[in-house]
Structure formats: structure tokens, C-alpha cells
Design a protein around this ligand. Sequence first.
Ligand SMILES: *Cc1c(COP(=O)(O)O)cnc(C)c1O
Length: 500
Amino acid sequence: MNYQSTRDSKISFSSAEAIKTGIAPDGGLFVPSEIPSLSASEIENIKNLSYVELADFVLGKFLTDYTAEEVHHCASNAYTKEKFESDTIAPLHKLNDNTHILELWHGPTCAFKDMALQILPYLLTKAMKKTGEEKEVIILVATSGDTGKAALEGFKDVEGTNIQVFYPVDGVSKIQKLQMATQLGKNVNVTAVKGNFDDAQTGVKKIFSNDDMRKKADELGYVFSSANSINWGRLVPQIVYYFYSYATLLKNNEIKMGDKINIVVPTGNFGNILAAFYAKSMGLPVNKLICASNKNNVLTDFINTGVYDRNRKFETTISPSMDILISSNLERFIYHMSGENASFVAECMKKLNEEGKYDIGAELTKKIKEIFVGGYASDEDTVETIKKTNEKYSYIPDTHTSVAIKVYEDYVKETGDNTKTVIASTANPFKFNQSVLSALVEEREMEGKDEFELLQMLSEKGNLNIPDSLNNLKKMDVRFKDVCNKEEMWDMVHTFLTNK
Ligand SMILES: *Cc1c(COP(=O)(O)O)cnc(C)c1O
């Protein structure tokens, strides 16, 4: 199977090349030339597979230039009990008869990004070997908080790789900042950018598409790559856990083979929910895909009207990993929904770039609405939902998951739909301890407490264990203190590479 650019079907790469380069040469994103479809018996069989076996199976369908042994090497090293707390890797927590929470945050950095970023370094180093690459790779990451840490943790001290992370200086939680600033490893660099996530992401995309910078990196002995969800190697591992959640529901006798489920995803860059769309396209029985946003509700409006319009105020919310106005992966979605129409995608992206908006038209919007539901939740709703979920079910969701729960509850109220539903839970509540606690205790109880006292408080409140990786942060030195302007991002990369 080959990979094409969303903006030009004539561009064709192997999966190894697509993963190595991250983004297509014309600025488009790599998409598979066809979406493999599973037979009924293949889907039936998934309930007999362990997480690693299922990853072998799904990845094997897409990465056809990797041998089965290579894929297995990647999956079996990434999805271990040591890294994900148990062999389950992605456990399903039953909230009530209809609602199941898919906990994707049992990896080393406490967010769902680990599901892809623990395996990406294996996929990428294999890709470099397979394509005969002799240079080292420099991975450039823009992060709204969670990708940065997960990528740093995945790539630290991986031979042949280096990683530079940019995060918005005031756009991440204190715990997230500490996680990144204390990162260990010889091949890592972390810089805060004065601006928001979109500024950081745009800055990184500019470096990628700048021939001059690419040449300078090349002269120093490096090729660019990406660990953001624009990289196909990030997306494909995320398809696995949607099948896994279905298999778990089957095993627990919650559904019968062939029953449809709803999937709710708290969404930012549209990567996680796009993976659910791929799973559905492969044959996973799905009724609705519910796209949950926070107050940056550009996707809610898009799904409801067909107009994508980023000309609006950027809101800083308590679910910062979803504070995004340019959802990169929507480009892949429009490509598939428009019948692989690359020139249409190119035109939309040109309009987005020049005017900040585009309109996909009534017909395509109707088609999207048959599958997708869009909704959003305010910060007040998010806090209220954490509180209620705890009171009703003794379960404390993080802020992002809470957005998804709220949007799902609104959907059920409106439609009466009682289809069994999987809600993707994207972060451990400890990672956003301050906002989560504000739903559970009085403001004055939190006053004057530092991050670690707040972890302790949440632990007592919820009768939950503090993840070691967060508790240990207090013993670690801050290594990275640089803050740069968005125009200076390349200088930071250049200095990092020159001084290595
Ligand atoms: C990244 C992230 C999201 C958004 O996922 P996308 O794939 O960008 O849509 C949601 N919640 C958390 C906690 C995240 O880290």
C-alpha cells in the first residue's frame, strides 16, 4: 500500500518514507491509497487477541512494506506491562449500562499520546533503516502540552534521533511544564514560545516547508521529521484501541458481534477521532462519532454548517490540549469524505491559509452529518460534569474527558439514543490536578498549595494513587528554561543542532 498527499494524488511514498518525512513535500498530509476493509470473521476474531496481537494485525494492514516481524518488534516493545501498568494497556471502565470510558492514559506520561508515541520511535528508526537513511533525524514538535512530554519520553536517547519541542509559554498546565522542563536525555531540547499553540504549530510547519532551513539541517547531518499527529506513524497506532474497546465490550457481554457503538472523542487536532473514523471505515460497527470540543468550538460549527472558520478569538480553557483553532487532521478527513479529491483539499487549505476559512458545501456537509455529531462544553460545564460524575459514579474524569462526557450527555438528552457508547478518556486526572480539584473542593482549601500538595489532595479526595511519574517530578532539576519569540524558533533548532 502506498501513501499519497492529501493535496496531490500523484505524490506516492511507501509507509516507511511517509513516516520518516512526516509531511508530504507539497505541505499536504500522507494518506493511505486505500483503506483496508476487514472481513466479518476478522472482526469476530479480534476479541481473541491481546493488545499487542491486535496492534500487529491492524498495523500490518497499513504498513505493508514492514515485515510482520518488524511490526511485531515495534508493538511488543511499545505496549508492555512495565510501561502501561498492566497487560490490558487500554482498560474500559463501565460508568453505567450504556457508557464505557476507554482509559488511554496508563502510559508513562499519563496522557493518551503515549498510545502512539511509545511506538513511533520504533516505527521511525525502522523506517530510517528501510529507506537507507544515513543522516540522523531531528524531530520538531509543537505541543499544547501532552504531545511534547510523550514525544520526549518516547524518543529520549533513541539512537539516530533528536527531538526539539516547542510549547506555548502560558498554554500548558504547571505539571505539564514541569514534565517537559525536567526531561532527561542527551538528544532532547525544550523551548517555550511566546504565543499560543497555533503559533507554535504554524512555526514548526514553516520550518518544515522552508527549503533553506532544510538545507542547513542537511549540511549539519540531519533530516527533519515530525511526531505530531500530522505524521502517519502517530495516527495508525491510534486505530488499534478502538477495535480493542469493541473487543472488550464483546468479551464483557456488553454487546453482540455486529452491534453498533457510538464513540465520543474529546478533540483538538482531530487526530484521535480521525483514527476512530479509520476504524469505522475498516468495518468497525459504529453508529455515531461524536466530536467533543471545548470553547474553541471551530469543529462543532464545521460539522453543523460545513464552514470552517478560524477567524475567532482563541480561548484559553481548562482543557488546554484542545485549545486549537487549526485542526490539522481535518485535511485527511475531507480528503476521504470528498472521494479522494486532492485538488478540492488543496483549494480548501489555500483558502484556510489566505482567508482563515473555507466552505465544503451542503452536499458534503450532509454526508458528514450522517456519521458525525459535533458539540462543545464550556469551562463551567466541564467543572460541573467532573463534580457530578464523581458524585454519581465515584469516578473522577480529567477535564478533557469531562468535556466528552458533557457533550455525550447533551447528545443523549437531545436524541434519546441508547446505543452503547465508548468515551475516549485522554488524560489521567492528576495531570490537570488544579482544574479537577476546583470541581471537588472549595477554592480556599487549595489556596497557597503547591503542585505536589494538590496531587496529594486529589489522591485523598478520590482515593487514587498518584502516578509515580508525576510525584517524582518534585525531585528533578529543571533543565530547560529558554523562552523564544515565534520568529526565533528556527534559531533555537539551529543552536541545538550546532551545539550537539
Ligand atoms: C492531544 C489531546 C487531545 C486532543 O486530541 P487530538 O488528537 O489532537 O484531537 C485531547 N485530550 C488530551 C488530554 C490530549 O492530550
